[in-house]
Design a protein around this ligand. Structure first.
Ligand code: C5P
Length: 402
């Protein structure tokens, strides 16, 4: 998969830079065109001569060549690349990337990169475990960067622990699998309906009952399904996100009833329906046509009536060729509640996330999920960015639709 790919190999100043030479060789052997960008500290560990000889290109390190004044454009490099790999990534470079401290050519290139970025941290175990490093790595993950977690083993300090840069062969495998996935058009010809975001149930012209859903998970699913070639209809509650790129028709709705009506229009033709929206279970029975005044009322009662359950309503009229997926955001008894939703709503798969897991749920950029299927399979995934979680969910859907 790496043949002809344009790869920026970023090297920072850590002992593991010696492994970057093997990584470079493997990438070149796999047919990739590699441009090395090295930090000033990186050059203390490995020489540009070795790297330029192996890559067949001058190594970039400074903003311009001192004797000629030739400017090295990090913007052009960022546009040229199909991917950028930073290996090793030291604690210092990770902190700079996480915070946009563009004080060398490598960090400016990272900030300009339009392509996917892979980061392979390498450092001593205590630096790796430090809360600031963990926070910076999580920030990078939340920006959509791919973290290639270090292994545990012997470290240059003589200590044993987590911090050894992943082996070059494994890094190449990660890249290979990534390109295999992004070039995959496995959903070409399929129609996918996705609900996303919250619903707002009006109380009066200026007030509503809503929830904290950001819509990020549903939008990430829409982007991933479109990337795999699907025709996507994204029925979205009120969110402040731009529509995903590609073949995505976004239908904006406000209330649960509007969401159901919009879904009913496309459901029968959908091959896959993913009910990701956080739909309000109840809505005010009457919507006041004027703003309700505070007046002297010491208390106020709002009568709520049940909203339609979109997933269950459509699940009840599903046809055989469809794959239906629901979500279960739970605070307790996650697995039991998740499984009961599978049956009640006639779903093929439920994605369970727990409010008890740090980093999972509504408004963040990360999620931690367990998938259960009607066939009885169960799979848990570690904390990942919502973009990566979306790819995992769609992989699971493709597996059960086969
Ligand atoms: O029962 P609960 O609301 O927890 O179920 C969550 C799942 O059902 C999600 O997939 C959600 O999108 C869907 N749902 C729905 N309509 C509702 C309530 C939930 O489609 N009124």
């Amino acid at each position: 998969m790496l043949k002809g790919k344009h790869i920026i190999l970023g090297i920072t100043g850590g002992i593991a830079a010696y492994k970057s030479v093997s990584l470079l060789r493997l990438l070149v052997k796999a047919g990739a065109e590699v441009q090395v960008v090295i930090t000033p500290a990186g050059k203390e560990f490995i020489t540009p001569v070795t790297l330029s000889a192996l890559s067949g290109k001058p190594v970039v390190s400074e903003f311009f060549t001192a004797n000629t004044g030739e400017w090295h454009s990090h913007v052009d490099l960022g546009l040229w690349a199909d991917c950028m790999v930073i290996a090793p990534a030291t604690a210092s470079s990770i902190a700079k990337m996480a915070n946009g401290v563009a004080d060398n050519m490598l960090i400016t290139t990272y900030l300009s990169a339009k392509s996917p970025v892979f980061i392979a941290p390498a450092m001593d175990l205590d630096m790796m475990a430090h809360p600031s490093t963990r926070r910076n790595i999580e920030a990078l993950r939340s920006y959509g960067n791919h973290i290639i977690e270090p292994e545990s083993g012997f470290l240059a300090s003589g200590l044993i622990g987590k911090g050894r840069m992943e082996e070059p062969e494994k890094i190449v495998e990660v890249l290979d699998r990534f390109f295999e996935k992004i070039e995959n058009q496995s959903l070409a010809g399929k129609k996918v309906l996705i609900t996303a975001g919250p619903t707002y149930e009006a109380i009066d012209p200026v007030r509503f009952i809503g929830n904290y859903s950001s819509g990020k998970m549903g939008y990430a699913l829409a982007a991933e399904a479109a990337r795999r070639g699907a025709e996507v209809v994204l029925v979205s509650g009120p969110v402040s996100l731009p529509a995903p790129e590609g073949n995505v028709t976004r239908v904006d709705v406000t209330s649960a009833r509007e969401m159901l009506t919009a879904c009913e229009k496309v459901f029968d033709e959908a091959d896959v329906a993913i009910f990701c929206a956080a739909v309000a279970d109840y809505a005010p029975e009457h919507v006041a046509d004027h703003k309700i005044k505070r007046g002297d009322m010491p208390e106020m009662t709002l009568k709520l009536v049940r909203n339609p359950d979109i997933a269950a309503t459509l699940g009840a009229r599903r046809h055989g060729g469809q794959t239906l997926v629901g979500f279960a955001l739970e605070t307790d008894d996650e697995m039991v509640n998740g499984r009961s939703k599978l049956e009640r709503k006639h779903l093929d798969m439920v994605v369970i996330n727990s409010m008890r897991d740090a980093g999972a749920g509504f408004s963040g950029d990360t999620n931690k999920i367990t998938v259960v299927t009607a066939a009885g399979d169960e799979k848990s995934f570690p904390l990942k960015s919502k973009t990566e979680v979306a790819a995992d969910i769609i992989d699971c859907i493709e597996n059960i639709s086969r």
